[in-house]
Design a protein around this ligand. Structure first.
Ligand SMILES: [Zn+2]
Length: 367
């Protein structure tokens, strides 16, 4: 791990308000998709100072009995009954016993297995995926369609290490994908678009390379996450101090427009501006944004794209959207940005941000 980034992360997280004590499971519902986030003591990687972009929060944890009572309530709610697909997540990893004791994981899965839901996604760190977990999941869900969702973010090792502070050895991840397939389950990989300090062109190239790796390694589902600047993260500190800016949603559109047919069938979108975390102190997520004219239309397009996996339909709406004209210059601006900025600019932007981060850590860390 990068020592400076770890120190900065821990310093920021020291001031983070704990999760609301009355909310042991939060729900997010969109297009018949229901995400259940079980609030825990926090992700072990977050507590160790990893991941500059992530803030799923942390709290005191809840007794299993309370979690199961809350789950039962949710399973009788309208949103659950209208859902086709459920995602189970923790503050970090659903399958991490340190966050959710194994017995509680099994009880939650057994409860969902008895419901009408046929497609279940389990979001977890690749390190928490083991042979014994996969065997138990397969047994509980019998013939249901299971996806194990893991963060890959980027295939570029230096960005993993020096920007995200999250190392994912690709050979290890490749083996885990094969293991998941051996249990007749599917793999879903999360990919980041808008890596800080890179030019728009480099951000696009990095996301493309990561999608290519995921396809070559037989990922069954690829979720593209344009960068959201979350409260109490180093990304937010860099943003506040002018080192990084929010991602244009047009970059996501351009990425989708350039995908092959096979890739188009496999990708899905998350956090494209459709959700946000807010804290009681007024801090909230900075989402991808362009301008008041084109942004609502882009958002509607991404909604439409995300809710339909049919290749011909996706090709048709991509083409239709590319023919639209706007009086703003957001699209032209991003095209111009794609053409500029190289490695030297990236390194100098990183160096400047690193210097400022170091000064701040040394000053504030010493208080
Ligand atoms: Zn615009």
């Amino acid at each position: 791990m990068n020592e400076l980034l770890s120190k900065a992360n821990l310093l920021i997280r020291k001031d983070r308000p704990p999760d609301k004590p009355w909310e042991c499971i939060t729900t997010f519902w969109h297009n018949k998709f229901l995400q259940l986030t079980f609030h825990t003591v926090g992700c072990r990687y977050s507590l160790a100072g990893s991941c500059t972009m992530c803030n799923y929060g942390a709290g005191t944890g809840y007794p299993p009995r309370i979690m199961l009572q809350e789950l039962e309530k949710i399973c009788h709610s309208e949103i659950f009954l209208e859902s086709d697909m459920v995602l189970l997540g923790g503050s970090g990893s659903f399958l991490d016993d340190q966050e959710i004791p194994e017995e509680l994981q099994l009880n939650i899965m057994q409860y969902i297995a008895q419901s009408h839901i046929q497609e279940i996604h389990i979001e977890t760190h690749y390190k928490s995926v083991t042979e014994s977990k996969l065997k138990k999941i397969r047994e509980i869900f019998a013939n249901k369609k299971i996806y194990i969702e893991m963060g890959l973010e980027t295939v570029t090792e230096e960005f993993q290490k020096d920007i995200l502070n999250k190392l994912i050895p690709l050979s290890e991840l490749g083996k885990i994908i094969q293991q998941i397939h051996a249990y007749q389950m599917y793999t879903s990989l999360n990919i980041l678009l808008g890596m800080p300090f890179l030019s728009a062109g480099q951000q696009l190239a990095d996301a493309r390379a990561t999608i290519h790796w995921a396809m070559e390694n037989k990922a069954d589902y690829i979720v593209i996450f344009p960068v959201n600047i979350q409260p109490y993260t180093l990304f937010e500190w860099w943003h506040e101090h002018g080192f990084i800016s929010e991602v244009s949603p047009w970059l996501l559109f351009i990425l989708l427009f350039g995908l092959s047919e096979e890739e188009l069938r496999t990708v899905c979108l998350a956090w494209y501006g459709n959700r946000s975390i807010s804290y009681s102190d007024g801090k909230r997520t900075i989402v991808p944004y362009s301008c008041s004219e084109c942004h609502p239309e882009l958002l509607a397009f991404f909604n439409d794209f995300s809710s339909n996996f049919d290749l011909e339909y996706r090709k048709k709406i991509l083409w239709k959207f590319s023919q639209k004209s706007f009086s703003c210059h957001c699209y032209q601006n991003i095209l111009a940005k794609i053409e500029t900025g190289g490695n030297a600019d990236m390194l100098s932007a990183m160096e400047t941000a690193y210097h400022a981060t170091k000064r701040w850590v040394e000053h504030d860390g010493a208080r």
